[in-house]
Design a binder for this molecule. Structure first.
Ligand code: C2E
Ligand code: CA
Ligand code: CA
Ligand code: CA
Length: 279
């Protein structure tokens, strides 16, 4: 994508990588970022389209890095996965986001769910349930206030194993969101068995709602299917009023995107949440 292109400048170059030097730089930088607490979390509101209130927030990692400039998580998260650093980063995000949730609840700023992204490999690690349970206990966030976002592709790779882990989370009260839905090229037959309660329609379908008729068909079909399966839907990447109106007309319950609010650092989100409550 355009965005990815911009973010890869000076950061990941195939030629450098052949020598392994740039990968090494990134690896070093990620290591010290973990140790020096360089990461931040931005929170993006997910709106309930009926009530107009913030239903949940998605925690999105940010890495303001002097050496490489702004680097998208779409670049460095896969590298962290490759270098075996993802668990350290994930544990940091999870704990930080849970602590933030506890603070917002205490101060009556926001008491909805905090959604955290998990990558495919993590969910298959044997200690994933213990790690997440541990963070909830340590931070004191109620399991009902946590959602885990998992991409569709994650299910396809090991449906039984992943399914039983997800069921354990659901039994604890944690919500499961299927992320980037519609992009995974997967068979739909696994969906009814999946212990997930929310589908997130990928932003590529929302973006193209007015360029391509087929995106209207896809978005409408996903909405109908989710309704039939008793799942809620979050439309991602909503940037315009007309996209929102279309979704509302089709019975979409939730939406997320720049139209409502960009991912915000905690202080900015706090202002946002207070403003919504007072209008
Ligand atoms: P994602 O989980 O699909 O997150 C949604 C992405 O869409 C975010 O990009 C968000 O900033 C962006 N977005 C939100 N609203 C709009 C909109 O209206 N229009 C457009 N064009 N984009 C919008 P971001 O923050 O750059 O994150 C990119 C990806 O990096 C995420 O995609 C997720 O896969 C991954 N990621 C981010 N934070 C974490 C994390 O803490 N852990 C893991 N494992 N992955 C993360
Ligand atoms: Ca996500
Ligand atoms: Ca997504
Ligand atoms: Ca994505």
């Amino acid at each position: 994508s355009k965005r990815q292109g911009r973010n890869t400048i000076n950061f990941y170059c195939a030629e450098d990588d052949q020598k392994g030097s740039n990968s090494l730089n990134v690896l070093n930088a990620l290591h010290s970022a973990i140790h020096n607490d360089e990461f931040k979390i931005a929170y993006q509101p997910v709106m309930n389209l009926q009530s107009g209130l913030v239903e949940s927030v998605e925690a999105l990692i940010r890495w303001p890095n002097a050496q490489f400039g702004y680097t998208s998580p779409e670049i460095f998260i896969p590298l962290a996965e490759k270098f075996g650093l993802i668990c350290q980063i994930s544990d940091w995000v999870l704990e930080k986001a849970c602590l933030q949730g506890v603070e917002w609840r205490k101060n009556q700023i926001f008491d909805g769910r905090i959604a955290v992204n998990l990558c495919a490999r993590e969910l298959r690690l044997p200690n994933i349930v213990e790690r997440i349970t541990g963070v909830l206990e340590k931070t004191g966030l109620p399991p009902e206030a946590l959602a885990l976002e998992i991409t569709e592709g994650t299910m396809v790779s090991a449906p039984d194993k992943v399914g039983s882990v997800l069921q354990t989370f659901r039994n604890m009260g944690i919500s499961i969101y299927i992320d980037d839905f519609g992009t995974g090229y997967s068979s739909l037959s696994y969906l009814p068995q999946l212990p997930a309660n929310v589908l997130k329609i990928d932003k590529s379908f929302i973006e193209g709602l007015y360029q391509e008729e087929k995106n209207v068909v896809i978005a409408t079909t996903i909405l109908q299917m989710a309704q039939n399966l008793g799942m809620a839907v979050i439309a991602e990447g909503v940037e315009t009023a007309s996209q929102m109106q279309f979704l509302r007309k089709k019975g979409c319950s939730h939406a997320q995107g720049y139209y409502f609010g960009e991912p915000m650092l905690p202080a900015a989100f706090q202002d946002f949440a207070c403003q919504i409550k007072s209008t």
